[in-house]
Design a protein around this ligand. Structure first.
Ligand code: ADP
Ligand code: MG
Length: 169
């Protein structure tokens, strides 16, 4: 029998301002209203999703950056628990860790491996991503099985082919 694990959805587009964060937050809230238990991961150093939930960036002790950087850190240390919606936050420190990821072994697989330990707790996991095609987006594409690509104009369609190729690879 196949083990039940939660689907992981990444909200991606390498263009900024197309509605990634809004989609990630609204989708998470809508699924919570369906009585589902959701984990929302902020993978953008701007921390908009984190702020959107009223978490003050300066109050964060452990964030998604620490999970990627420190292989021994338990995922629970970075989970901020809500009622049905838990969050792994991001802070500007993630930008520094993204630069370090270039020299890290398996940096694109680290997030996925950390999530293995908590996947059965959630109905769905949603990842908000940064507007750049770098190591963080690569990590999101390696972790997710599903993509939501918000587009708001012709220009935000450019690059989708590359995005999908990366996902397939
Ligand atoms: N579906 C939508 N319709 C209209 N405006 C939207 C929609 N989604 C997002 N916005 C607005 O677009 C701007 C950018 O949204 P945001 O979610 O921060 O984009 P991104 O995360 O891709 O940078 C915000 O001002 C937001 O309120
Ligand atoms: Mg955003």
């Amino acid at each position: 029998m196949e083990l039940r694990t939660s689907p992981i959805i990444a909200v991606c587009n390498q263009k900024g301002g197309v509605g990634k964060t809004t989609t990630a937050i609204n989708l998470a809230q809508a699924l919570v209203l369906q009585d589902l238990k959701i984990l929302l991961i902020d993978l953008d150093p701007q921390g908009n999703t984190t702020c959107g939930f009223g978490i003050k960036l300066e109050s964060i002790q452990t964030s998604v950056a620490d999970l990627i950087r420190d292989r021994d850190l338990l995922v629970d240390k970075a989970i901020y628990k809500g009622d049905r919606l838990d969050i792994i936050p991001a802070t500007p420190y993630l930008a520094r860790v993204e630069r370090e990821m270039i020299g890290m072994t398996n940096s694109e697989l680290r997030l996925m491996r950390k999530l293995d330990g908590v996947r059965e707790r959630y109905s769905i996991i949603i990842i908000d991503t940064p507007p750049t095609f770098g190591p963080l987006m690569n990590a999101a594409l390696n972790t997710a099985q599903h993509l939501i690509v918000p587009v708001d104009s012709f220009f935000s369609l450019i690059g989708i082919k590359e995005l999908l190729a990366e996902m397939k690879g």
